[in-house]
Write a protein that binds this ligand. Structure first.
Ligand code: ADP
Ligand code: MG
Length: 536
């Protein structure tokens, strides 16, 4: 969000790292960029006006934070932005904008005016640009906010101008773009006026569902199932079309990643995979919001920012398809839904007790549950258990004294990390005392963990990689402790050890995933087996 921050020219090094290319090829591109700017400016009311599909006029007005006179002058230059400073910031984008190119690109292909004010008690600024050159700058009277008008798109590029499609088609693309942001921001009011006729008016809505009701026919919205699935890496929420009502044409298929409307073939494929054969050749409606830490989402792939890449596309695919299955599974019949509900909340059904639990390849534990059986990844599961236990703190994680404290000489960075983290570590059951110089002695480890000298050494190496400024540093430390204390793949377990892992896992809040977001449990239902054995 740009409110309160000054517009600056990006340093050359940052500019070089920004995906280059053309931003404006048709009116909808300009409208998209302008709406994003309004949302970044904190606007709660946005009005879009077009004439001849946007070919003759594109105007976006908002009631956001506005710009000062100095900011306006700079804002229309290339690579001028208030949203990022350094190349590093490209790895943690929370605003729509970051390229600092949209206004300059629009100014290069239209006759552009900017009217803006940061505070209506004083004068605002009006700026006119033609052919990229400032023609005039003046004081104006207007309420807080910004209005940007681009006239005669591609007036200076006749071939481009001719390349645009019919007015109706271009107008439709504009409205579709507005619709996407209206779904992502239900609290913001949107109006679209085309050829002086109001074609869309949305007052602020209380929820996405309410917004969908305002946008789509009742029949479409009634056929949507609300869903929400969380995982430490990703969360998915939104609406899935009831497969029994799906038709050959869909009304809406919208994907938002960190509120950004995106095209993401991986997610689309995963959604269809999640529905599986129930669609019988039809196409479902869906509106999905996927949220993740900005550091895991590369939005700097394409100049129009419509394509993004998640750090692990394979995981994204698995997560989304499973989330869709879970979302739709709610309707699958009460028995299964009940069992899943209890199971997810840590209730261990009677027959989940180990019959004989089984360890496969010294890596996976098999366990029977009411609806079938589960395969548990012993390392991921134990990591999840320790993570939740150490996060709860001392009441839940008894430190287990070591008969022989582990002494280690730390590197300078490790020692620094130790000093920063020692109090938190002690609360997590890892008590470490300084010995001499950079040598420390580890006196306790979390009860029930498998931490020997090698693991303790790795623990300090990993601690040194946790940045002091990391948000949720406690969580990051807990992940390291959990990872190092967890049983490894390939380690043979006794029956009581397996039993303990399964029981403690089922008591976890999020038993399905390890703290890094990898699956800890794969469930095979009796129905799956019956299907595979051709019994149904
Ligand atoms: P970016 O959005 O990538 O920063 P733009 O060229 O779209 O680049 O905008 C440049 C700058 O102009 C923004 O960083 C912001 O500070 C300012 N700006 C643009 N539009 C608006 C607006 N509607 N309200 C307030 N500030 C704006
Ligand atoms: Mg922008």
């Amino acid at each position: 969000m740009s409110a309160g921050r000054r517009v600056r020219l990006l340093p050359e090094e940052t500019v070089r790292r920004i995906a280059a290319g053309e931003v404006i090829v048709r009116p909808a591109n300009a409208v998209k960029e302008l709406i994003e700017n309004s949302l970044d400016a904190g606007a709660t009311d946005i009005r879009v006006e077009i004439k001849l599909g946007g070919k003759n006029l594109i105007r976006v007005s908002d009631n956001g934070c506005g710009m000062t006179r100095e900011d306006v002058r700079l804002a229309v230059a290339r690579h001028a932005t208030s949203k990022i400073d350094t190349a590093e910031d490209l790895t943690r984008i929370t605003s729509y904008g970051f390229r600092g190119e949209a206004l300059a690109s629009i100014a290069a292909v239209t006759r552009l005016t900017v009217e803006t004010n940061t505070d209506e008690s004083g004068p605002g600024t009006g700026l006119e640009i033609e052919g990229g050159e400032t023609k005039g700058i003046s004081e104006i009277v207007r309420p807080r906010g910004t209005t940007i008008t681009g006239r005669m798109l591609f007036y200076n590029l006749p071939v481009r101008r001719a390349f645009m499609k019919s007015d109706n088609y271009e107008a439709r693309l504009v409205v579709e773009n507005v619709r996407n942001y209206a779904i992502a921001y239900p609290g913001v009011g949107f109006t679209v006026v085309s050829n002086e006729r109001e074609v869309m008016r949305l007052g602020p809505a209380g929820s996405v569902k309410e917004r969908l009701k305002a946008l789509f026919e009742k029949r479409v919205v009634e056929g949507l199932v609300e869903t929400k699935v969380d995982n430490p890496l990703l969360s998915l929420s939104g609406f899935l079309g009831d497969p029994t009502r799906s038709r050959s044409f869909y009304e809406v298929q919208a994907i938002f990643m960190n509120k950004r409307p995106v095209r993401n073939p991986t997610v689309v494929r995963a959604v269809y995979e999640g529905y599986g054969p129930v669609l019988t050749g039809n196409n479902p409606d869906f509106v999905l919001f996927i949220e993740t830490d900005p550091s895991r989402l590369d939005v700097n792939l394409h100049p129009t920012k419509q394509e993004v890449r998640f750090a692990d596309e394979r995981f994204l695919f698995d997560f989304v398809s499973e989330a869709v299955r879970q979302g739709l599974g709610i309707q699958r019949g009460k028995e299964t839904a009940d069992a899943d509900f209890l199971y997810q909340r840590g209730f261990v059904p009677e027959d989940a007790a180990p019959q004989e639990f089984w360890q496969l390849h010294n890596t996976y534990i098999l366990a029977q549950v009411t609806s079938g059986y589960v395969i548990v990844d012993q390392h991921a599961a134990h990591e999840r258990i320790l993570f939740e236990e150490v996060m709860k703190g001392r009441e839940d994680v008894a430190p287990q004294g070591l008969l022989f404290p582990i002494t280690l000489e730390l590197s300078a960075e490790e020692f620094e990390a130790y000093e920063r983290a020692k109090d938190r570590l002690a609360k997590m059951g890892v008590e470490v005392v300084p010995y001499s110089g950079r040598t420390v002695a580890v006196e306790t480890v979390p009860a029930g963990s498998f931490m020997g000298k090698d693991e303790v050494r790795e623990l300090f190496a990993d601690l040194a990689k946790v940045k002091p400024g990391d948000v949720g540093i406690g969580t990051e430390l807990a992940k390291v402790v959990a990872c190092k204390g967890a049983v490894k793949a390939g380690q043979r377990l006794t029956s009581p050890e397996m039993e303990s892992i399964i029981n403690r896992l089922f008591a976890c809040k999020e038993p399905y995933f390890c703290p890094h977001g990898r699956p800890a449990i794969i469930k095979i239902t009796v129905e799956d087996l019956e299907r595979r054995f051709g019994r149904t």
